[in-house]
Every structure is written in C-alpha cells, then in structure tokens.
Ligand binder design. Structure first.
Ligand SMILES: [Zn+2]
Ligand SMILES: [Zn+2]
Ligand SMILES: [Zn+2]
Length: 272
C-alpha cells in the first residue's frame, strides 16, 4: 500500500499567503520541492490523516479520488489540520455519495466541537460520524490499525501523533509535537518502526517546545534507535516545515543527510 505525504508545511504554507521573506520568494521562483502545502497524508484508498485547507488542492495536484475514503484521523483542531467545512460538500446536492458509503472521523473533543459547529450538528446528512479518541486508544481502520499517542503541542487541547500498523509496517505520523513525553518514549520502545515522520517546523534551529527543529529530530531518531524502536531499514523523514526557518529543501536535505534522515516533500510516496 502507498502512503503519500500530501503537505509538508506549517500553518501558513510555504510560500505563505502574503509573505515577502527570502524563503517564500525563493520558493515562488523555484517551485518543485520548495512548494509546501499544509500537512495531510493519504494511506491507500480508504484512510486519510488530517483535513486542512489544502485538501482540494492536493486532490487536483496528485490526482487523488476521495470518494472511497472511509477513515479520517485528525491530529488536532488547529486550522491547518482541520477544516471541517470542506467535508460539508459531502451532503446531498453537492456530492453524489454511493449508498452505504460512510466516513468515520476520529479526533479530540475540540475536533468534534468544530465539526458539529460547522455542520450545524448534522454530520449524518453528510454520511459521516465522529468518534472522540483518547491517548493510547486503538482504532481499527480496516486496512490498518492506529494508536493515538499524546503529542506535546497545543495547551488548549490534547493533540495526537499516530502510530499506524499497515501490512508488515509500523509508521509513526509525528508532526505537531515537541519533544516526546516519557510515556510516549516508553510506548515506542515496544514498537519496531519502518517509517518515522517527525516534526521539523523550526528547520535547523534547535527548539523543541510545541514543535521541533533539526537537532531534536536527530536526537529523536538516535533515541528511538537506542530504544530498539527502529526496524533495521527504518526511514526517518523530517516534515512540517515553516518558511521562518529560511532553509530551502536542498539545504535541509544536506543538513540531515549525514544523519541518514530524509526530508519530506509534497507528493512523496512510500510503500508500506
Ligand atoms: Zn501544524
Ligand atoms: Zn515567508
Ligand atoms: Zn498545530
């Protein structure tokens, strides 16, 4: 099955909507891997992670078909990851949905509140339902299973990172978190990750509160390895970059290359 990384930017995208900084100017000129949408992922045909303002754009850019989607995991309710109005177009008159088609949405209490407010309390009319999830809760997604691990991110809500088990692979979707909490390290010590996608909002700056920068990504990879949590051929991939870090894709790739860490780009596909 293919896991596709659809967006690799922080909240305002890269180039950011109105930004005149050097990094946004360069991205507008260079295009390609320096264009970064807001974070989301597609796993196979039926599973999606986060639903931000670039869902429609990703569908067009990467030739996706969302009609078979059955499970949507939402890491947290920040606007760059959760834009429920874009699910409202599932309702009659806006989309023809096959009989029996149903989208299960999983997230924290705030994700549920924003969904209910945006849809005026009627997700059923859009053939959807919402389930609130708790830290370390396990989810059966049909083609995969997921465990919600507590992120260190938003003080006003419990954000999650997700550990997916699909085929023979374990995949950590680890954006929007600072340095992991002790119980997350403990949990991961019992796993064998084939892929670890890690938050690198701060680029090569050494910060680790709420998000992470390069040194924290490198230390996280090293600690996971020391704990025996990485499969032998595990690929560690940095993602969720802010233009404020002022490092373009090739510069980030060079910075991480010595540590065996890859840099995500929009449209990146990995086989799981
Ligand atoms: Zn984010
Ligand atoms: Zn900028
Ligand atoms: Zn966030």
């Amino acid at each position: 099955m293919i896991l596709q990384v659809l967006g690799t930017a922080a909240a305002e995208g890269w180039p950011a909507l109105f930004c005149e900084c050097e990094a946004c100017r360069k991205a507008r000129e260079a295009g390609g891997n320096d264009i970064r949408r807001r974070a989301s992922y597609q796993l196979g045909d039926t599973i999606h992670i986060d639903w931000g303002p670039d869902s429609y754009n990703s569908m067009i850019a990467f030739g996706l078909d969302y009609s078979p989607l059955r499970h949507l995991l939402v890491t947290h309710a920040h606007q760059d990851h959760w834009m429920p109005i874009e699910l409202s177009w599932r309702r009659p008159g806006f989309s023809k949905i096959a009989a029996g088609s149903h989208l299960n949405i999983y997230g924290n209490a705030k994700v549920g509140q924003r969904l209910a407010a945006e849809l005026e309390g009627t997700p059923e009319a859009c053939a959807m339902s919402f389930s609130q999830i708790e830290a370390f809760g396990e989810l059966d997604l049909g083609d995969a299973t997921a465990v919600a691990l507590p992120a260190r991110h938003a003080p006003d809500q419990q954000a999650f990172i997700f550990l997916l088990a699909v085929g023979g692979s374990e995949v950590l979707i680890g954006h929007d978190t600072g340095w992991f909490a002790d119980e997350v390290w403990e949990y991961l010590a019992s796993r064998r990750l084939s892929y670890a996608l890690l938050d690198c909002t701060y680029g090569t700056n050494d910060l680790r509160e709420g998000h992470m920068g390069g040194a924290a990504v490198i230390e996280t990879a090293r600690r996971l390895e020391d704990l025996g949590a990485l499969a032998e051929d595990c690929r560690v991939i940095a993602t969720h970059f802010s233009h404020n870090c002022l490092k373009m894709h090739d510069e980030l790739a060079e910075y991480f290359a010595a540590h065996g860490i890859e840099v995500a780009y929009d449209g990146m596909e990995v086989e799981v």
